[in-house]
Design a protein around this ligand. Structure first.
Ligand code: PLP
Length: 434
């Protein structure tokens, strides 16, 4: 069969689809695998109990009740109206953004939102005189989320800026670093000055690194976005108020030039496929129209489960008191194991500021982390090598991009211990053989 140019993009076995297959196989494997590779959130009993209680309460109305209603009727393309009202009230209660229902649209997961947004703000543009320009999405700091790659239908996808790397302490200990935006490089980027950027986008906290851009960095990005008349897209999949897997005391801001994206996945409902966009009404209207074409309507199950928990603020409480401390403890434990295994080696950890991963830098490792990935896979331990996290950058001459790994900390304590032990053994032997 003959596929279009766009279709052919999906027929090639990319490194990332191979990686995703490995992760899938690991879940089915009859022998235990140290699964530190995926992006699945942990299952936290107390959180799941809260969802189950709502689920049971939906049943109470029988066939006329919320359970069947949430799957028995389409919503309109903007998404479940009651849930959107609950979100408006929730955000206005906690953030005073003066939102109306015209500012929120739901999508089938935030991955779906990024497909829409990157094609809305990237690709070919035509001005009033009929002149065309191709615009890219600017990632002010790579490494960035692997899932952004390949969603574009058209045009040059991303332009990204290498990070500044700063050695920092974490809880009084050395051996950590933090990425910062290189604003010199950003402000002098020819594509930005020439009008070839359609939007600026960052995840905060960042997947894969757990970096949290500072309030100053965000204010600077917001000012640049306004200066160049492009939106600032903020991917808040791990940020406050839900799931609130973020540790520094920073602010979350929104204005009509900001497109703020949330997800219900990392609160433990990835299968509900619910993404939330807060944006100016013209963006909301257009994304709603995209929903109508691509999905008819977004799913309603996530709305049914979390709506009541938003209304009485118990979701916020679960995030603050259960989800955030759960991942903070996991990060601490994983760091202890890494320090035990590799404390004597030139191994640095990105300061854990949020999300569900640690980003580990094996400085001057004699092999690439893609090769390391293969060695670890042979020992039933899965991580994700760093080279996939630099969309929009040519990394052929950038050693740092080949020396890091992302490891999930959502695994059980036992898996974290045994996985990091294997990583320690393999990495030590590589450094020792030098
Ligand atoms: N953005 C970031 C930073 C992520 O890590 C993920 C998932 O891992 C997503 C977006 C997509 O999440 P979902 O489509 O499940 O809402």
């Amino acid at each position: 069969m003959k596929f279009s140019k766009y279709g052919q993009q999906f027929t090639q076995t990319s490194a990332i689809s191979q990686l995703m297959d490995d992760l899938g196989d690991a879940l089915k494997s009859p022998t235990p695998v140290n699964m530190l590779g995926g992006g699945n959130p942990a299952r936290i009993d107390k959180v799941n109990e809260a969802y189950f209680e709502v689920y049971k309460s939906l049943e109470k109305g029988g066939i006329e009740g919320g359970a069947i209603e949430s799957v028995g009727n389409y919503s309109n393309p903007q998404g479940d109206a009651k849930f959107i009202e609950a979100l408006v009230a929730f955000f206005n209660r906690h953030y005073h953004w003066n939102l109306t229902t015209e500012h929120i649209v739901l999508t089938n997961g935030s991955q779906n939102a990024f497909f829409y947004l990157f094609n809305l703000f990237g690709g070919q543009f035509e001005d009033e005189k009929g002149n065309t320009t191709t615009k890219s999405i600017l990632l002010p700091l790579a490494p960035e989320y692997i899932g952004y790659s390949d969603v574009h239908i058209d045009g040059k996808h991303f332009i990204a800026i290498k990070p500044e790397i700063e050695e920092v302490e974490h809880e009084g200990e050395s051996g950590f670093f933090k990425y910062k935006i290189d604003f010199d490089a950003l402000e002098n980027l020819p594509a930005l000055k020439n009008g070839e950027i359609g939007a600026i986008c960052c995840s905060r906290p960042t997947n894969p690194t757990g970096n949290v851009l500072t309030d100053e960095e965000m204010a600077h990005l917001s000012q640049l976005a306004k200066q160049y008349d492009v939106p600032l897209i903020i991917d808040n999949a791990y940020g406050e108020p839900f799931p609130n897997i973020i540790y520094p005391d920073v602010n979350l801001n929104w204005d009509e030039n900001t497109v703020l994206c949330f997800s219900l996945s990392k609160i433990g409902l990835p299968g509900a496929r619910t993404g939330i966009i807060i944006a100016a009404p013209e963006v909301v209207k257009t994304v709603s129209a995209m929903n109508a074409v691509v999905n008819l309507a977004p799913t309603r199950f996530g709305a049914a489960i979390t709506g009541p928990l938003l209304n009485d603020d118990s979701l916020k409480q679960l995030c603050d008191e259960t989800i955030q401390p759960f991942y903070a403890a996991k990060a601490k434990l994983a760091i202890e194991h890494l320090k035990q295994q590799l404390g004597e080696y030139p191994v640095f950890i990105h300061k854990p500021e949020g999300a569900i991963f640690l980003w580990v830098w094996f400085k001057d490792l004699p092999i690439s982390t893609t090769e390391l990935y293969e060695l670890l896979k042979q020992k039933a331990t899965l991580i994700v090598p760093s080279e996939h996290f630099f969309p929009g950058l040519d990394i052929s001459d950038y050693p740092h991009a080949h020396q890091c790994i992302r490891m999930s900390i959502a695994a059980s304590d036992e898996t974290l211990a045994s996985g990091i032990k294997v990583i320690g053994e393999v990495v030590r032997s590589l450094y020792d053989a030098q």
